[in-house]
Design a protein around this ligand. Sequence first.
Ligand code: HEM
Length: 511
Amino acid sequence: MKSSTLQRQVMHFFIPLGFAVFILAKLIHSHIWVPRKIQLHFRKQGIEGPEHRPIVGNSLDIRDLSARALSKPMLLSHDILSRVVPFYHTTSALYGKNFLFWFGNKPRLAVYDKDIIKDALLNTNGAIERTKVNPSAKVLLGDGLIALAGGEKWALHRRMANQAFKSNWGWIPEIVASTDQMLEKWETERGGKEEFELEVSKEVHLLTADILSRTAFGSSFEEGKQIFENQEKLMALTSLAFRSIYIPGFRFLPTRKNLERWRLEKKVHESIRRLMEMNGKREENSRNLLSLMMSTYKNQDGKEERLRPDEVIDECKTFYVAGKETSGNFMSWALLCLAMHPEWQIKAREEVTRVLKNNKAPTAEDLNELKTIMLITNETLRLYPPIVMLTRETTRDIRLGKIDVLAGTELFLSQIAVHRDPEIWGSDANDFNPSRFNEPKKHLASSFPFGLGPRFCVGQSLALVEAKVGLAMIIKNYSFEVSPTYVHAPMHLMTLRPQYGVQLRFRKIPS
Ligand code: HEM
């Protein structure tokens, strides 16, 4: 054989082999060597956790435990952690309040300690940022507040949103109108019968969607509803993507689902742009979210700031995603808790009947008087926080409490676990007892359903106002109990939701 042919054959053999060895070495380094080092770093500080598995980390355990928990319902009790967050529940029982686990080769630190949670959420020196959202959610959220990790762009969007949400007391008439419409539908459903059954979760989700359309788009809320219907379809498609393994670049392929996502995104975008043009032409001084987000704002230095049209569109989309499911689930759980605890339903009804005399619609002053309703909403949000965990990522090494956390660690700050910590809430932490909120708050992070620090929920007051109005108007008109058809099955899928809805039996209260 000629030496040049031999040389070529050797090259053909060694180049791919060298490449394969290089890839293998890289994989071993990032999926075995680095995780071992990180594990050791935390172990030295007393932070243990389940063994890291190359490539998959602990994601298969999380998936399997979750599937097993969701396959059967539970007894009617508020002790729901083993069903809602089975992996975290079993793992923290083994390794303690803070533990290390893995998503592929990405280290995740689960934190149940209230002091560390407080420090992480209040951190403003740039060492901790909001975890980047799954790229598949881009069609849904654009570059809105939730998707922005931080920085000047987020700060500007946040200033504009804070300004816009200051109007929430002014939205009470819209919220009352939406609730009235829902109750009229219920009366038709009742059809003169003494008792009737409803799946209320579906009802209150429609209600929160309607309220958001009215607050976001004012007099154009009927067009707004169509926008949000498309956004709803996008949400369903996106949650499908969340459940499958993320393959980089896959979202750009023209698959059937991706084509549908792009079509819906374009439709939502165009419809909001049309409404923006109409809003721009209107003389009236509108106080809907869309016009408020379109207006200019004077910052601390007296400089005028405004968002570009595309940015306003992304925020409108974000408000719907952030505000609809959370508020709908919040109201569903509040109604279930009241049905399970009739003594609190009676107390709340006495208060509402006293405050809303002569069938008058609630006003801002009335809502301030509804102290029992406030206690009930606080207790519901403690036991059933719609967002069960907040996630952050460290951008550099940082000390949190007594733990040295490495850069690139994801923090899983568990609201739902802190909210039931017997050290904070006592041995009856799993009981529904709204009176505990008569006591002053024991710790900033003892209950934080709307988050803490610079990223806390921008729609908090709107969510509380709509829940107070909605609950007050329902309680005033109906008494209700848990239906025998109800199956208690709280589940975590982006938000904390009832897997099979909430079936309640209603009785009309004569006016
Ligand atoms: C009961 C109802 C709600 C709950 C429990 C809730 C909960 C939360 C939580 C925990 C956060 C902080 C997330 C983090 O720190 O990573 C948050 C952020 C946010 N919420 Fe809500 N939310 C609710 C309703 C709403 C409503 C009605 C809207 C708007 C219409 C809204 C809009 C937002 C936005 C835009 C953010 C991102 C803020 C930022 O990053 O600067 N939320 N929400």
